[in-house]
Design a protein around this ligand. Structure first.
Ligand code: SF4
Length: 683
């Protein structure tokens, strides 16, 4: 007789949908089990806690599995606990990367979570399938199966012994896993709110110690067949066309670690381009592009019409820091060339820096950002170092005496909090907590916050082309763009936005807790979760404050930009009256393209320009001197939004909402540059 299995990849939903990808990973576990077990189990998938709660009112699963990521670990466990209380005979399984590497710590993890019957370590399909098979064969004698120690399974037996099976080989032939899209398993998740996610290649050849995939277990790469990818992309494209036509989202997440680095990725990108032609999907692709083979990455970007975020993530440009995290075989020169090539064709390029990697300091952090700005990356994302359970670095910081002097704090993960009524007796009130590095041997706690303040300035003044034309002026004049950003940073203390910067630092400090247990207690109270949900606490702070600054203080930002850019150009001896006048027009142009985009202000904005800023953006001032850019007399122009842009803005607002938390997500996940106003002349 077929058994009843539920698999959950839960996300928080009450402020925004915090993990907005379709549950494709548990979908693959489901299709693998359904195709390899006889009789085939009936497997249901869940993403939203509300739907799981509703289903549990009328049905009881025999086995329920939960994904366990840093962003849903507590939510999953609290549901597991509630289900175990309500249905003690249901077998609770958990699996995913948020799990310690050493068996000693795995045992502690499980002893503190008694509602979990089995934990699946590493890759899940084969291990979960074997586990279900053994449970069926042993008529659900849980303890017997624990004592058998199935591969990849960790458990605490009834007599208290810790049971650990050997680690299974990864599945090398991914065609053994039927596509959860093509099987229709994910159809119900095309709801306009969730984003489809595909993975073309599993594994990563690099060995970064702060990353789950840095573990040798994941070093070999295995690919999905070209036929499956073709069919999956086509299937998703058809579905997403309907979603888009109904006002839903229109993007794609590729979960590869290095998309574009392998020759087969070129073919995959052609499938995507074909879908763009046939279905108008995807108009934006989120992924991590390859760290090497930059030319191929650029080819892939061109094939998908630049709708991919090309990333050359360095994390640090300091060779000692990179060595400390074993990120040695990533070729920095190739990454830098990627930015240069992207510039040549006018494409965007993204890089990432992580503050607080072992060996980091204020100088090294600033130098990394300076290097990326100077080489021309158009967007630089600045992250803090999270100690993820299951990474070598977590073990290094917690399980060994470290030479790097890790100082850490705990904080609530943005958007990951909720208060759910499970049944009349039980509420699930919880939040996810992450541990971040806040000091090191060469980076004091105060210096760490100097860097955070600087990162906010880079995010606000440099990223997403907010002052793109001004940055081009500096490039044309051979004036350091980093020198300008640094000048902005030095001047904000005495500026009109100083209180906003101070509020950012205060909130960034205020969200840190020294004790995990204290923060856990704080987040188990309904009144405190309400503060997170209302936006009084939490959020992705760098984007929250960027959103405040760019939505509410754009004119003030332009004033600061004007004062500081004039100073750095003057310092280089290149200032004259014409440059001052051009800067004035550039700033008007920058502000009118972006002001009030998310406030329903869709009316065209007329203005009169002295210089041809559009021509300036297209040409090089070394070839087209400034006097040629000046109109014979001031020209009337207007800044306006195309209908399609208004539709896209409204679609984003409908998907995310209109409050500060929603703005924070829009700024962090959507290519807002597509929303900037167009420009034309009036006569
Ligand atoms: S390159 Fe990226 S995915 Fe690979 S180990 Fe490093 S951080 Fe992880």
């Amino acid at each position: 007789m077929s058994i009843n299995v539920w698999l959950c990849d839960l996300t928080y939903t009450q402020q925004v949908i915090s993990s907005e990808v379709m549950p494709a990973a548990v979908g693959e576990i489901a299709t693998y089990c359904e195709s390899h077990l006889s009789p085939s189990p009936a497997i249901r998938l869940f993403k939203y806690p509300e739907k799981l709660i509703a289903a549990l009112r009328t049905a009881q699963p025999q086995i329920i599995g939960f994904s366990n990521y840093v962003w849903n670990s507590q939510l999953s466990y609290r549901f597991a606990e509630a289900i175990k209380t309500k249905f003690p005979r249901t077998v609770v399984v958990m699996g995913g990367p948020n799990f310690p590497l050493s068996q000693e710590h795995q045992e502690l993890f499980l002893r503190s979570r008694p509602a979990i019957d089995f934990f699946v370590e590493k890759e899940g399909e084969l291990a979960f399938c074997n586990l279900v098979r053994r449970l069926m064969e042993r008529e659900f004698d849980i303890d017997f199966v624990k004592k058998e120690k199935p591969g990849n399974i960790r458990a605490i037996a009834a007599d208290g012994t810790f049971c650990a099976g050997s680690i299974l080989k990864r599945i090398s032939d991914l065609s053994e896993i039927p596509s959860p899209y093509l099987s229709g398993k994910l159809d119900e998740f095309f709801d306009g709110k969730l984003m489809p996610i595909i993975q073309t290649t599993r594994g990563c050849p690099f060995t970064c110690t702060y990353c789950i995939e840095g573990n040798n277990y994941y070093s070999r790469k295995f690919r999905k067949s070209s036929e499956t990818l073709h069919d999956e992309i086509d299937y998703i494209g058809q579905k997403m066309k309907r979603v888009r036509d109904a006002g839903g989202r229109n993007d794609l997440h590729i979960a590869d670690s290095n998309f574009g680095m392998y020759k087969e990725d070129v073919e995959t990108s052609r499938f995507i381009a074909n879908s763009q032609d046939r279905y108008g999907w995807p108009d934006y692709i989120i992924c991590s592009t390859g760290k090497n083979q930059h030319e191929r990455v650029m080819d892939v970007s061109k094939i998908v019409r630049g709708r991919i975020r090309v990333s050359g993530s360095v994390q640090s440009t300091d060779s000692n820091v990179l060595e400390n995290v074993r990120r040695k075989n990533v070729d920095l020169d190739q990454i830098f060339r990627l930015a240069e090539d992207a510039n040549k064709i006018g494409a965007e390029s993204h890089s990432e820096v992580i503050l607080g990697l072992p060996g980091d300091s204020v100088e090294r952090h600033f130098k990394s950002i300076a290097d990326l700005i100077d080489v021309g990356f158009t967007n630089i994302r600045m992250y803090q170092l999270i100690l993820l359970m299951g990474t070598p670095m977590f073990a290094q910081a917690h399980e060994q005496k470290s030479e790097f002097g890790f100082g850490t704090h705990f904080r609530v993960i943005p958007f990951d909090y909720g208060d759910y009524e499970f049944d009349e007796n039980t509420r699930i009130i919880t939040a996810e907590i992450e541990e971040i590095v806040t000091s090191l041997k060469d980076l004091s706690y105060d210096e760490y916050f100097r860097c955070r303040g600087f990162d906010l300035i880079v995010e606000t003044f440099y990223n997403q082309g907010v002052f793109q034309a001004l940055l081009k002026l500096l490039k044309d004049l051979d004036v350091s763009r980093f020198a300008w950003i640094r000048k902005v940073w030095e001047s904000v203390e005495r500026s009109s936005i100083s209180s906003t910067i101070e509020a950012f630092i205060a909130e960034a400090k205020g969200e840190l807790w020294e004790s995990y247990d204290d923060l856990r207690r704080f987040t188990s109270k309904s009144e405190n979760i309400a503060k997170f949900l209302s936006g009084e606490l939490g959020g992705k702070l760098i984007f929250k404050y960027k959103s405040i600054l760019t939505n509410e203080y754009l004119t003030e930002l332009a004033d600061i930009a004007r004062d500081t850019v004039i100073k750095v150009i003057d310092k280089d001896g290149k200032l004259n009256d014409q440059i001052v006048a051009l800067v004035e027009d550039i700033l008007t142009y920058e502000v009118l393209r972006k002001v009030n985009l998310f406030k329903g202000d869709y009316k065209p904005k007329p203005f009169t320009l002295t210089y041809d800023v559009e021509q300036f953006l297209k040409s090089d001032m070394k070839k087209v001197p400034i006097f040629e850019l000046k109109f014979s007399e001031p020209k009337k122009c207007r800044f306006f939004l195309e209908k399609e842009q208004i539709d896209d803005i409204e679609r984003a607002l409908n998907s995310y909402g209109r409050d500060l938390a929603a703005m924070t997500k829009i700024i962090s996940f959507i290519r807002v540059e597509n929303f900037y106003r167009q420009f034309d002349f009036q006569d």
